[in-house]
Design a binder for this molecule. Sequence first.
Ligand code: CP
Ligand code: NVA
Length: 312
Amino acid sequence: MTAKLRHFIDLWRLDAATIRALLDEAARRKAARAGWSQGRSDPDAPAAGRTLAMIFEKNSTRTRFSFDAAMRQLGGQSIIASAGDMQLGRGEPVEDTARVLSRMVDAVMIRAKRHDDVELFAQAASVPVINGLTDRSHPCQILADIMTIEAHRRAPIAGATLAWVGDGNNVCASLVHVAAKLDFTLKIACPVDYHPDLMDLSRAGEGARVEITHDARAAVEGADCVLTDTWVSMGDVDHDERIQAFEPFQVNEALMRLAHRDAIFLHCLPAHRGEEVTDGVLDGPQSRVLDEAENRIHAQKAVLAWCFGGVI
Ligand code: CP
Ligand code: NVA
């Protein structure tokens, strides 16, 4: 029974056609409701009669509100809980939680400290499970990012060059996972000790054009999009070492000038102004971070509709 469930845990597990269909569905739904109030439902309401449970082991603003808004726009409902308020936070096994919630809701989104817990949850669940960020990946974020890049290009991302500057972290890993599937070049500039995980690099896919450098300028030169993220992610404990190691990897105006003149800047947010990005870039004309944040709703609506058996 569980084999047929549409879990959304990592982008490397999905084929290129499914990822393409999710991106197209997100863009289609966004365009169809231009100018509408946020709370108005899409006419087809593919989540009507369905409830999404959301579990947060870590803080969240965008993921929490965008999933809730997404479910409302799809005609469904959501229930949100912090893991610390659940028995999960007192040690109830992940698998037992999954079995119980599967009797109460139609899908579960989890933001977890440990990626393995999301995998365990999905194995025990009998409803679709969505990864809302783990220590290893953030696939929902990358769908929204690709959507933002494609909207700017007015074309698919194939053939574009992206520069990731900073930590080879969870968000970077999900970007790596789609490099070959979506046919873009990804140049990652990171400190020596903060590379993407080798396992994730191996999941970039056959023929992936993923390059790693320790020189931010080399990565950004001519890029169509420059992306970064916090130097210290939730759960990281080596704060001082990180701040020191990442200092040459700040995205500032001088670095952005090396990118293509039509390049855009993306950041999943929350940003640490004056650390990984300057105010001038974050608030500047090339920044698309608010479109990117909004696109979380549209991308996740596509994911939810897919989990419920639609889209493709
Ligand atoms: N980008 C993102 O996932 O933001 P939140 O941590 O606020 O959900
Ligand atoms: N890399 C960051 C992303 C936050 C949305 C973190 O995991 O804290």
